[in-house]
Design a protein around this ligand. Structure first.
Ligand SMILES: [Zn+2]
Length: 106
């Protein structure tokens, strides 16, 4: 059955506009978070904190997130690129950035 037969054009356009508005808000939020991360990074660099310290702290945060996720939902995903365990709610590895596939859910 053709789904467009079930909804009229006005409903489809309204849904598309609503989805576009949500997408635009998410893009704006991601840009804001990116700028915020850049500001934190520059402040830390100005304070003499180097990349290895920031990377180590990021790993600690990822581990804590994984422990919380595992305790809450019991699902972790193993990254097929770097082997790190990542919360299964992530689409990308929080360690190396590789796109995760659900076939690796533990
Ligand atoms: Zn990875």
């Amino acid at each position: 059955m053709d789904l467009t037969e079930l909804m009229n054009t006005d409903d489809l356009l309204a849904d598309a506009e609503a989805n576009n508005a949500v997408s635009q808000r998410l893009i704006h939020q991601v840009e804001h978070l990116s700028n915020l991360c850049q500001a934190f990074y520059e402040c830390l660099s100005d304070a003499g904190i180097d990349n290895s310290t920031i990377t180590r702290k990021l790993s600690e945060i990822n581990e804590r997130t994984n422990e919380t996720e595992y305790a809450t939902n019991g699902f972790l995903t193993e990254c097929h690129s770097c082997g790190k365990l990542v919360s299964s709610r992530h689409s990308y590895c929080t360690s190396c950035g590789t796109r995760l596939t659900k076939s690796f859910i533990l």
